[in-house]
Design a protein around this ligand. Sequence first.
Ligand code: ATP
Length: 382
Amino acid sequence: MTTTADSRRATKVAQSLTLDNLEKTYSSRGRATFHAVKGIDLHIEPGELVALLGPSGCGKTTTLRMIAGLETVSSGEILIGDRKISQLAPGKRGVGVGFESYALYPPLSVRDNLSYGLKARKVAGADELVATIARRLEMEDLLDLRPAGLSSGQKQRVALARALVRNPPVLLLDEPLSHLDASARQRVRRELKMLQREFGYTTIVVTHDQVEALSLADRLAVMDGGIIQQYGTPDEVFDDPANIFVAEFVGEPQINMFDGIVRLENGSAVVSVGSAGNLPVSTRNVVEGQSVRVGVRPQDMTMVPGPAGHRQIAVHVKHFEHLMEFGLVQVNTAEAESTGSGSKLMVQTPAHERFAAGDECAATAPPERVYLFDPETGNRLR
Ligand code: ATP
């Protein structure tokens, strides 16, 4: 059966969103106080979902508020399709926002809060659309309540539903699931992703939760210090980090990061890790004796009992956790063991393997999964 909601979807035309060298400097009494966003370039394809991921204070919300028109732009431009919107009033931009702080009308029920705007615009099938979205976000039981009685998690779902029912060409969501409990969060996250696909909103989700970002996003923009550090698919960002910040910020358990020295052996490079041994690398643009930071994900390391051989490092097991689907082993390199100054690493091991504190093992990783970084700039060496 084709519902009104279905036909609304079919007629919707998704639009691209482009940020062109967008900057924001906050000021007070005419004096610049904080350079929060430092020239962001981002192109989001029609219907794509992009997650802005980064630590607290990196400029995510400021970026979203500039797109929504809730914050002025210091310089640069925002385009929906080829329409410049940075100087338009918020209501004229064609942008739907799901900010938690967005006020609901206290005297109206949740249902009326959701349908109010649609009915004011005489949108056909408003009640049906509200019912569909409420069912999908598991909030039908909230429809007859008033906002004052809602918990923070419930308010958050209402804010999300309100943004979705408007069916905007561009949808902006700031930490849309942060107040939901763990299981509701997973379910609503899946529904949100499916609704976004079906309705075709071009969407930005701001989050500092990497699981949320990785599971929702077609592409991730990883931000730090007001700058996009890397923009790519979740696989690209995880498998091919551009710098130390991205490598450390994305990935759970966190990537191992330690010092190394490049050695050339018969023309191919290895990286020596103190007196623990060498790891193979596939990096080409390095020279003999070069100091580097080495990044290896725990998931990419393999470890076997016994002394270290060719292109392996000697490690000493400090702690083993059996986590059912896999094991997590904390190891020290031989040097850390003897001097306390070497590297402490995490290795993720297969479910059936067991290790014990005190075991002497040999660890390694495939060369293409041993990332080298410039210790000064933090940039990836390739
Ligand atoms: P969070 O995840 O904590 O919300 P965020 O990445 O969204 O962080 P923003 O809220 O965009 O970060 O803030 C970026 C920086 O700008 C922060 O250092 C913040 O203190 C600063 N900032 C935000 N609003 C103002 C303001 N009105 N005046 C001055 N500085 C501000």
